[in-house]
Every structure is written in C-alpha cells, then in structure tokens.
Design a protein around this ligand. Structure first.
Ligand code: COS
Length: 383
C-alpha cells in the first residue's frame, strides 16, 4: 500500500482547486457573514458530478476511488468549508448507506437523483438525548399496514434546510432488552416532514443546518434501508465512512489557514523584517507543515484500506481525530501569526478558526474517536 497521490489524483486536485479558487473564493467570506447557502455555485457543482463522487457510473456518478473523493472535499474545504460540508455529508453519509445497504429498487430509484444533485441528502441520527450515545434515539416508527408512522425530532441536521431526502433513524422495537432502531428513507415531500429554523452557528455558517420534525410522517415500508432493526449497524458503518469525509474537510481547512499564515508571515514587517524571519514563527510553520503531512498520510491510509475492502473504522477514527486536531491547532496558530488582524473579519483566518472547531465534534466527538480506536485495539488478541 502506498499513499503517494498518482497522476489522476493530482489532476483531480488541480481541477477542484481551480473551481474553488474561481467560484468559491470570491464569495466564501460573504456567505459566511450572511449565513447564506450558495445555490448558484451548488448548481454548478452538480454539473461537475461533485454530488455523485463515489456513485457507480451506471447511476450517473463519478465512481471515484476514496482518495480522489477525499481530495475533492479537501480542496473545496481549503477555500470554503461550509460548501465542503454540504458535499461530504451528501456523499459520505447521505449516499454511502444506499450503496452499502440499499435494495436494487432503492438504488435504482434514488441513486441517479442523488448523484446528479437533483436530490440533496442528509443523515438524521442526532436528537436532543442521542448524540454520542447513538443507540438512544427516541424517534418512533410504528407499523400501520404497509407503512410506518414516524414521530420525533432530529437536531443539528447538516443540509437540513435544503435536503430533499433524509435518512431517519427511528425506534422500531422496544420489546428487547436493548431498543432497536431502523433507518427510513424519508423524502422532504412526505406529509409530516417539517423543517425547523436554520441554526445560528459559530462556524460553517453557509450550511443550512436545522432540526427536522416528523409529525405522523407516513413512510412506505419499502423505504426501510437494509433490514428492520439494522439502525445501529447502518449508523456505525456509515459513520466510519463519514469520518473519512470529516477528516478530509478538516485537512482542507488546515491547509487553507496554513497557506494564508505563510503568505502573511512573509509580507508582514515587524522589527524592520518579515515576521517569517523570526524563529518562533518559523517553528510554528514547521510544526504546521509536519502535522499536515502526517494527517494526510492517516487520511489516505484509511481511504486505501476502505477501497481494498479491509476493515477501516479504526483508521478512519484515527484520521478524523488527528486531522480535526491539526485543523484546530493550525487555524489557531494562523490567527496568532496574523496577530490582531487575524482576529478581524478582514482576514479569512478567523473564519477558518471558527469552521475548524466543529470537526472535533460532529460525526463523533474526539472523545468518541478515542473510544472507537481503543476498542479496536483492545479487542485484538495481544501477543
Ligand atoms: N460497523 C458496523 N456495525 C457496528 C460498528 C461498525 N463500525 N460499530 C458497532 N457496530 C454494531 C455492533 O456490532 C453492535 O451490533 P449488535 O447490537 O448487533 O451487536 C451495534 O452496532 C452497537 O455497537 P456497540 O455495542 O459498540 O454500541 P455502543 O452503544 O457501545 O456505542 C459508540 C458505540 C460509542 C462507539 C457509538 O455509539 C458511536 O460511534 N457514537 C458516536 C455517534 C456519533 O458519531 N454521533 C454523532 C452524530 S451523527 S452526525
């Protein structure tokens, strides 16, 4: 296994970078300030197949390998993390479960629409009392002839304000010692599917994060993803993949902040010389560059294991844990290097700093990643 990007990866990076520099860089600060979803740019991205990154070609997707998909998310997030978030959630936890667990009928019905971006996907696991404890969802699904009636509230749903479909985790059995959840494919056009106000968040402000309300929402039985009672398995399996996407996103944020910091350090004069000539600043730059290189290797290792069909949950958790920590540290140092200007909205680094934080929280907090990693290690027979 080797983690050096090949020619194809370099070409994908160049083309997404060009798109992000041309289309996202001019608007990134403004859409953050206004918390506005950039529908025009999103529509352009649909034509470039960014919404079907790993969907097979027969369903209209780009059928990319996982390193390529990570590079797309990295490059979008390097310029605008909120748009990178829309893409990674749609692909990583919106579409991925269809590829893994969808019936041929479900794949045929939904994958072409998701891959083209005609339908934007979301993943609704989190509730007021179920975040890290993914098994504690309280949304219910009660069978009524050929349908299930869903009731409950999902919170902090990325893409919630614009999604055309969400995977909803709901309890389908309370009979056993442990409650069993199932996953339902719920279209936003279904009666009883309601959206809350958009959240006013610290970072990633251009992504329309909202609550979703299921109020006697009737969902056909054929819209159960996988099998009844498979909620926890589908959720955990999907989050393994989603964590690769968040790691890519965090790395892109770190890269963007790092480049801004290096540029500023070379331009900013203090003591009659650029601050880049000061050893403390050089130490910051050296540490940031080294940590990003290590983060990239962890990320691509998880991608390659996934594509090789090997278990990759532990490696995805390591990548997410480390990349998000590097993003937080790098963006903080980027603000520091910019001094007072870094704390002002005149420069992009304060946005990167705000955007980075949530990568340590969503799709499993850093504490949960450590739990996943430790469990994987301790479950092995130690020699
Ligand atoms: N892939 C497939 N199945 C998995 C899995 C994985 N990576 N990890 C666990 N499972 C299965 C288990 O095999 C188990 O199945 P059975 O009940 O059939 O045995 C089931 O899922 C429950 O697993 P476990 O008992 O380990 O669950 P816990 O309640 O102990 O929780 C943690 C484990 C804490 C690791 C899990 O709840 C988690 O990752 N939480 C974070 C969730 C999260 O990321 N939330 C953020 C919101 S979503 S954006």
């Amino acid at each position: 296994m080797q983690y050096n990007p090949c020619e194809k990866h370099n070409l994908i990076r160049d083309s997404v970078r060009h798109f992000a520099e041309t289309e996202l860089a001019p608007i990134a600060a403004e859409i953050d300030r206004r918390a506005a979803f950039p529908q025009d740019v999103i529509d352009k991205m649909k034509k470039l197949n960014y919404f079907g990154l790993q969907v097979p070609k027969e369903f209209g997707g780009a059928a990319l390998d996982s390193v390529s998909a990570a590079i797309v998310v990295e490059e979008l997030s390097r310029v605008c993390a909120a748009v990178g978030l829309c893409v990674t959630v749609h692909n990583g936890v919106g579409i991925f479960p269809f590829l893994q667990f969808g019936s041929p009928q479900q794949q045929k019905k939904y994958l072409p629409k998701l891959a083209s971006g005609e339908m934007i996907g979301a993943f609704s696991l989190t509730e007021a009392n179920a975040g890290s404890d993914a098994g504690s969802v309280e949304t219910t699904a009660v069978k009524d002839n050929e349908e299930y009636i869903l009731n409950g509230t999902k919170i902090f749903v990325t893409n919630g304000g614009v999604c055309d479909l969400s995977l909803i985790f709901a309890l389908t059995s309370a009979e056993k010692e442990r409650l069993q959840s199932s996953v339902f494919i719920v279209e936003s056009s279904f009666e009883g599917f309601l959206r809350g106000e958009l959240e006013d968040l610290c970072g990633m402000r251009a992504n329309p994060v909202s609550s979703l309300f299921l109020e006697n929402c009737r969902v056909p039985e054929e819209n159960i993803l996988g099998k009844l009672g498979m909620g926890m398995k589908i959720g955990m399996n999907t989050l393994d993949n989603g964590r690769i996407g968040v790691a890519a996103q965090a790395l892109g944020i770190a890269q963007g902040a790092f480049e801004a910091a290096v540029k500023y350090a070379k331009e900013r004069q203090q003591f009659k010389k650029p601050i880049a000539s000061l050893q403390t600043i050089q130490n910051y730059i050296a540490d940031m560059a080294t940590e990003q290189a290590a983060a990239r290797l962890l990320l691509y290792r998880a991608c390659e294991l996934k594509d090789a069909g090997e278990p990759y949950g532990c490696e995805a958790a390591m990548a997410k844990l480390y990349c998000s920590s590097v993003a937080s540290k790098t963006t903080s140092l980027a603000v520091q290097i910019h001094g007072g200007y870094g704390y002002s909205k005149e420069y992009d680094v304060e946005r990167y700093f705000r955007d980075a934080k949530v990568t340590e929280i969503y799709e499993g907090t850093s504490e949960i990643q450590r739990m996943v990693i430790a469990r994987a290690i301790l479950s092995k027979v130690l020699l």
